[in-house]
Design a protein around this ligand. Structure first.
Ligand SMILES: [Fe+2]
Ligand SMILES: [Fe+2]
Length: 470
């Protein structure tokens, strides 16, 4: 079951060869995907040889092989984690019953919506990042960007497989639409706002992969709990790939901090203007980028109080991330203490699940912050990086549009507007970060605003030629 069949047009471990209709439908979609990749994927690097990993089995160990590949030749395919024999539903009102191998009619449209919303983010992020290759800080980073891009392309394949295999004609239409919407398009934008924000500098890429890919991790974890077994298995395998995306974010920000600290020591000053003049990202600017991407990603969890997420949980469609860590899996009798603009409110737990998920997400976000702050402390500086309060700059839910500072306090609207660019990047901050974005493409060389990584990919040295540009 784990073995992947690479001899077919579409690599897969779902026995596609035994379902001719489905195989034909997907082979019909494949050239459209490739057209999308060539038109909307990374610009100008389609002929470069990139050192990429490709999934060769879905086992926890040994699922990837590495080698030099031109991106359009990447073997995108359909890989599901192995089926757990006699898997049971792990939460909600049907807990303990057998997991579903088909879509129950009454949940069809809700499940389709969940899959389409997840699927839409995958190509969206590739589109957001398509110009970044031109300003890579090193070949190592360029390779990581492309690795993420091809894997997000594969995640699209994963969702398209589910749509084609389980949702009939509606599913096939949705699969077409996933290639028709585009990030930032005025007429046909991507579904979620964060995925329409352009990513035009590498600091934003590291923040995006740290905060927004981590939202993806939490969404995938909650869908991996789903009673709909094919969705669960699909998401379980996607999570193994997702880990690398967050690694790029965490180590990327860590390397920016490291370089900034080196510069601060060299010039004997923490003053932002002097740090900038020496060609590094000053810590206050980094803090603004963290505030921007963290608050933007928090919106992706939806309304604090949600009857949809209550129904999705009760019906077994979407659980909590790591459902196994909780004791109560039905949640008909517990309450959640929610921080709202009118004070603390007690909300039925089932209706507060978006907030529960947001809380566990934020705990996960703290880990990197602690690591970066240790770096700063060890270098002998007193500055500290923080996460903004969860009610800062929200565009959805109870705090939507309210003037709240990153410390979580409600303030006067005029003060908020006046001070907003102390908290998120101003046009000048963005212009400065952009001024640092110059392509460095010699093996082993790094841009001056970022430290080299501690090690290379797959035990290769840092100065390996990870992308041969031609
Ligand atoms: Fe993904
Ligand atoms: Fe990702």
């Amino acid at each position: 079951m784990s073995g992947i069949n690479y001899s077919e047009k579409i690599p897969n471990n779902v026995n596609l060869v035994n379902d001719r209709t489905l195989q034909r439908a997907l082979e019909h979609w494949q050239p459209k995907f490739l057209d999308w990749w060539k038109g909307m994927g990374p610009t100008d690097f389609q002929g470069s040889d990139v050192y990429l990993r490709t999934a060769t089995s879905v086992d926890a160990d040994g699922w990837a092989t590495y080698g030099s590949v031109k991106m359009p030749d990447y073997r995108w395919g359909i890989f599901l984690a192995d089926q757990q024999p006699e898997r049971k539903i792990g939460f909600g009102d049907q807990m303990g019953e057998p997991a579903w191998q088909q879509v129950p009619g009454e949940y069809r449209s809700t499940l389709r919506r969940l899959i389409v919303t997840q699927g839409d983010t995958e190509p969206a992020s590739v589109e957001q990042q398509r110009l970044l290759g031109h300003t890579c800080p090193s070949l190592y980073d360029l390779r990581n960007l492309f690795q993420i891009n091809v894997e997000e392309g594969r995640h699209l394949w994963a969702m398209v497989y589910l749509l084609h295999a389980y949702f009939g004609r509606d599913g096939r239409e949705e699969a077409e639409e996933l290639l028709a919407r585009h990030s930032g398009d005025a007429d046909k934008p991507r579904i979620l706002t964060t995925f329409n924000e352009p990513i035009s500098d590498w600091l934003s890429l590291y923040c995006f992969t740290y905060f927004t890919d981590r939202d993806g991790k939490y969404q995938l974890k909650s869908l991996a709990e789903s009673a709909f077994d094919p969705l669960s298995r699909t998401c379980r395998f996607m999570l193994t790939e997702e880990a690398h995306h967050m690694f790029v974010g965490e180590t990327g920000i860590g390397r920016v901090v490291k370089r900034t600290l080196e510069v601060m020591k060299e010039i004997g000053s923490e003053e932002p203007a002097k740090v900038r003049a020496a060609g590094a990202v000053d810590l206050p600017t980094l803090q603004k980028y963290l505030n921007f991407w963290c608050s933007s990603s928090l919106d992706l969890f939806g309304n604090e109080i949600s009857s949809n997420s209550a129904a999705n949980f009760a019906n077994g469609l979407k659980g909590r991330p790591d459902e196994g860590q909780y004791e109560d899996h039905v949640l008909r009798s517990s309450v959640f203490k929610m921080n709202t603009p009118s004070g603390t409110e007690e909300v039925p737990m089932l209706n507060a699940l978006n907030e529960v998920m947001r809380d566990s997400y934020l705990k996960d976000c703290e880990i990197g912050l602690k690591r970066w702050n240790r770096q700063i402390e060890r270098a002998g500086f007193s500055a500290r990086l923080t996460l903004p309060a969860t009610n800062f700059r929200r565009s959805i839910g109870a705090w939507m549009g309210l003037p709240v500072g990153p410390d979580g306090k409600l303030i006067a609207k005029e003060e908020y507007e006046k001070r907003l660019h102390e908290w998120i990047p101003s046009p000048e901050d963005r212009a400065f970060v952009h001024s640092l974005q110059k392509r460095v493409a010699e093996p082993g060389k790094m841009a001056g605003w970022i430290a080299p990584p501690e090690r290379g990919i797959n035990n290769l040295p840092v100065d390996y030629e990870y992308v041969k540009l031609h």
